[in-house]
Ligand binder design. Structure first.
Ligand SMILES: Nc1ncnc2c1ncn2[C@@H]1O[C@H](COP(=O)(O)OP(=O)(O)O)[C@@H](O)[C@H]1O
Ligand SMILES: [Mg+2]
Length: 251
């Protein structure tokens, strides 16, 4: 029997007439690696926004680690241990890697921070930042200005930022999007090496990448859960094949 970390019950996110998430119920056990796959527009990112608090659900319920977070703002969910990365990079390009990490860490603790001052880490911050950079395989890059790093390294920095708050659950939105094959393998290796205590929910359009990393797969289509099963069965699943090949669905 495994303990549940995340439960969604009939979650709807509507933008006017469009139900981007249209009644999703799912359960993620603690420590699981879960992929959310599905074609563009399926509602994957909106589902993450609802879990992380970036958009309020129109209806339904979200329970994380025993807390009803349905109506909590994003920073409260972050304090409870939900951390996410974004599909598009979300960094301060003219600051160093280290300063980006400090901003991320202090954002959570709500400490005042001036972009114009010289930020110094205190004794508790420095080791946490070093550990997160090492986990994201950019331990040697702390002093580099972000815009001087490759795009792949910038995606690694986003993973480091999401790790620095020592999350209970990590939501990764297409962490390998736009990367070269070797950069993609690096990201896969980083995810594979994460502490097994961290629950990881990964949005990934590329099935090959996703299926090699996870214990269980949820395939979304048109705002709904189409199929849920272990990775071994997903490739052979007729419904998944249809939505990936873009065939119309018949009632
Ligand atoms: N803030 C928004 N306002 C209006 N429509 C949105 C918004 N965010 C997403 N959508 C729409 O919701 C649907 C699902 O989008 P999204 O969750 O980004 O899908 P995915 O991540 O699976 O590609 C799309 O039709 C998209 O255009
Ligand atoms: Mg998306």
């Amino acid at each position: 029997m495994s303990e549940t970390i995340l439960t969604l019950t009939d979650v709807v996110v509507a933008f006017d007439a469009l139900r981007a998430v249209d009644g999703v119920s799912l359960t993620v056990p603690r420590g699981q690696r879960r992929a959310i796959i599905g074609p563009n527009g399926a509602g994957k990112t909106t589902l993450f926004n609802a879990i992380a608090g970036a958009v309020p659900p129109t209806s339904g319920k979200i329970v994380f680690n025993g807390h009803d977070v349905t109506n909590l703002p994003p920073h409260r969910r972050a304090q409870l241990g939900i951390s996410r990365t974004f599909q598009i990079t979300n960094l301060f390009p003219t600051l160093t890697v280290q300063d980006n990490m400090i901003l991320a860490l202090r954002g959570l603790s709500q400490r005042k921070f001036s972009l114009f001052g010289k930020p110094d880490t205190d004794t508790t911050e420095a080791p946490r930042i070093a550990a997160a950079l090492t986990a994201a395989r950019i331990g040697e890059r702390a002093g580099v200005i972000v815009k001087e790093m490759s795009y792949g390294e910038q995606r690694q920095l986003e993973i480091a930022i999401s790790l620095v708050t020592t999350p209970t659950m990590l939501l990764l939105d297409e962490p390998a999007a736009g990367l070269s094959p070797s950069e993609r393998s690096m990201v896969a290796e980083i995810i594979r090496s994460l502490d097994r205590d961290i629950t990881v929910v990964l949005i990934e359009h590329d099935m090959d990448l996703a299926l090699g990393l996870v214990d269980y797969v949820t395939c979304m289509f048109e705002g709904r859960v189409l199929v849920e099963e272990p990775p071994e069965g997903i490739r052979r699943n007729k419904q998944v094949q249809e939505v990936y090949l873009g065939k119309p669905r018949h009632a």
